[in-house]
Design a binder for this molecule. Structure first.
Ligand code: IPE
Ligand code: IPE
Ligand code: MG
Length: 248
């Protein structure tokens, strides 16, 4: 299969990250630069989501996670929260069949209790419809917060200990991780954040222990396949040590 023209990624030399996670940021600033309402920035951001999922599927990236809405994003004006939820609904209504055709497996992480019932139904249907697919594992972090993820895992472990089904010394990094919402996903190898901000904003706090972080100035609506390939190039130039010396 051809890689297309003009892409920077040297497919032969590159080792693809197994799991890419993206903090999609800068929709508001993209709109502001154009004297447009923030919601148009989010709409354009949804196009960037389409491009990115397709690019990852075509490149053969096994796992992609996109941070769509944080547990703190409820602090935004109600209109903007509504817009974001509507965009997600329309994204799911329009894209799931096509993603299914591309053998993408869709999953969600984050607390569902605060979401509208019809959105929960769309989410459950998307997961159900695509659960046997063997292509890209595409996870959407929605109402996700890394601290909540860790606290709920700790609470469930505490309940198991209180019920007598678990001994405290059986709590290990592995058993802890098995109680996180990301169960079944490898830790992200590469976390990309767009828009120039250099923080995690409560994303994957446990799982990012050894992730390579790539911060790029591009605003999310402008994120393209080329931006993705540039980030993968940067990833490939990093030396991952995992605490060792780096000499083999
Ligand atoms: C990212 O863009 C979308 C979400 C966080 C939901 P922002 O809306 O945060 O855009 P900026 O940071 O205001 O530019
Ligand atoms: C992080 O972006 C959340 C998502 C990308 C969904 P924010 O724009 O909400 O983060 P802060 O507020 O700048 O840290
Ligand atoms: Mg932002």
């Amino acid at each position: 299969m051809t890689q297309g023209l003009g892409h920077r990624l040297d497919a032969a030399a590159a080792s693809l990250p197994r799991h890419i996670a993206i903090i999609m940021d800068g929709n508001g600033r993209w709109a502001k630069k154009r004297y447009m309402p923030r919601t148009l920035g989010h709409r354009e951001g949804a196009e960037a989501v389409r491009r990115t999922v397709t690019a990852c599927a075509e490149l053969g990236v096994p796992y992609l996670t996109l941070f769509a809405f944080s547990s703190e994003n409820w602090k935004r004006p109600a209109d903007e929260v509504d817009d974001l939820m509507w965009l997600l609904r329309s994204y799911l209504q329009r894209e799931v069949n096509e993603l299914n055709r591309q053998r993408v497996r869709i999953g969600f992480i984050g607390e569902r209790d605060r979401l509208a019932p019809d959105l929960i139904t769309l989410i459950e249907n998307a997961e159900l419809q695509t659960r046997n697919n063997d292509g890209l594992v595409f996870t959407i972090a929605l109402n996700y917060g890394g601290q909540n993820d860790i606290v709920s895992a700790a609470r469930r472990l505490a309940e198991e200990v209180a019920a007598g089904s678990l001994r405290p010394d059986q709590i290990t990094p592995e058993s802890f991780a098995a109680h996180l919402m990301t169960l079944g996903l490898p830790d992200p190898d590469l976390i990309i954040r767009t828009s120039g901000e250099q923080r995690l904003s409560n994303f994957m706090l446990w799982q990012s222990a050894y992730s390579e972080l790539v911060f790029i100035d591009t605003l999310w609506p402008d994120f393209s396949r080329e931006s993705l390939e540039q980030a993968i190039d940067l990833f490939n130039r990093r030396e991952r040590r995992f605490g060792a010396t780096g000499e083999s």
